[in-house]
Design a protein around this ligand. Structure first.
Ligand SMILES: NC(=O)c1ccc[n+]([C@@H]2O[C@H](COP(=O)([O-])OP(=O)(O)OC[C@H]3O[C@@H](n4cnc5c(N)ncnc54)[C@H](O)[C@@H]3O)[C@@H](O)[C@H]2O)c1
Length: 307
């Protein structure tokens, strides 16, 4: 059995929705959990201590160990305070689930700079503010695991959410580099692209009962179905890093960025690109680069350039 006995974990945005379920399951499996939640509205307004405190109550009622953190992830001080809470209460930090998030939609031409900044601040800046102090501690401790909650919106695109998608895609870039930098220190970083029925769904598309039987997909995306992926990646059973996984309605699958074989030209012109478009745009064969160096190595090998 995968357990977290003697380990401490942080889950941000754990007062509601999917984050609450990650926190409950980590605690059930023995982790001491910092339940962080600002208690804001779906689009990031206001604050409320009740959701984080309620989840801590639930965990304690089940015999688990948890402490509430009401800090916002969207500042340097907030990120530090969340990490410090784990150290103060549990004396260690083994896993971080960076999950806190907000949502809002607007057609691209109506998106305000403030909407853009608010979204980036919570998702991308917040992931950095939290992960840097956590990384420093994990490095000194000899290792740890990050699970960053990204989104299919960021990797595949979603209409009317350029700010959300850009911030979520940025999180994948952040996780990739933490995975590379952390490899020598036993620090692993992976991302999850979840689907789960939460207020992010109800406040965007409507309640299940309003939609009737029209959208069976909504019935399928039980938020509990995301939990196994996140818990596995947060555990010491997970030994890989630098990967992304979709967790949607009980389907778990790798999401990756591939580099196609492409076409190699000598003194190529725009017309050559047009003439070789099939090869340039082909998605097979491909490799999945583990870093920028794999792309360089692959290109050198295609061109016969010694490394
Ligand atoms: N639900 C989905 O289908 C879905 C899909 C893709 C990605 N996600 C992502 O999963 C995560 C959880 O989403 P959810 O559906 O459970 O939403 P949710 O709104 O139910 O929960 C998000 C929680 O984050 C908290 N939060 C917001 N800003 C915060 C801040 N600055 N500091 C600390 N806490 C903050 C909120 O108070 C809330 O309790 C989010 O990052 C979201 O973008 C969800």
């Amino acid at each position: 059995m995968i357990d977290f006995d003697g380990q401490a974990a942080i889950v941000t945005g754990a007062g509601r929705g999917l984050g609450r379920l990650y926190a409950l399951e980590l605690a059930r499996r023995g982790a001491s959990v910092v339940v962080n939640d600002l208690g804001s509205s779906m689009d990031g307004q206001g604050s409320n201590p009740a959701p984080a405190r309620q989840v801590v109550k639930e965990i304690r009622a089940g015999g688990g160990v948890a402490v509430a953190s009401l800090d916002s992830v969207d500042s340097v001080e907030g990120g530090q305070a969340i990490v410090q809470s784990a150290l103060d209460h549990f004396g260690r930090l083994d896993a971080v689930v960076s999950n806190a998030g907000i949502f809002h939609t607007a057609p691209f031409d109506e998106l305000s700079p403030e909407d853009w900044r608010r979204m980036r601040r919570v998702h991308l800046d917040g992931s950095f503010y939290l992960s840097q102090p956590a990384y420093r501690h994990m490095r000194a401790q000899g290792g740890g695991r990050f699970v960053f909650i990204a989104s299919s919106a960021g990797l595949f695109g979603q209409p009317n959410s350029a700010h959300y998608a850009a911030a979520k895609a940025g999180i994948v870039g952040l996780a990739n580099v933490i995975a590379l930098d952390g490899a020598a220190h036993g620090i692993l970083a992976n991302t999850v692209l979840p689907f789960g029925y939460s207020r992010m769904v109800t406040e965007t598309v409507g309640e299940r009962h309003q939609l009737g039987e029209d959208l069976p997909f909504l019935k399928a995306i039980e938020p509990e179905l995301v939990v196994p992926m996140v818990v596995f990646l947060a555990s010491t059973a997970c030994t890989f890093t630098h990967q992304s996984f979709s967790a949607c309605a009980g389907r778990f699958s790798r999401v990756f960025v591939g580099l196609g074989d492409g076409w190699v030209g000598t003194a190529p012109t725009a017309e050559d690109i047009e003439a070789h478009l099939a090869e340039v745009a082909a998605t097979e064969p491909f490799i999945v680069p583990g870093s920028i160096f794999d792309e360089v190595a692959d290109t050198c090998s295609r061109l016969g350039i010694p490394l």
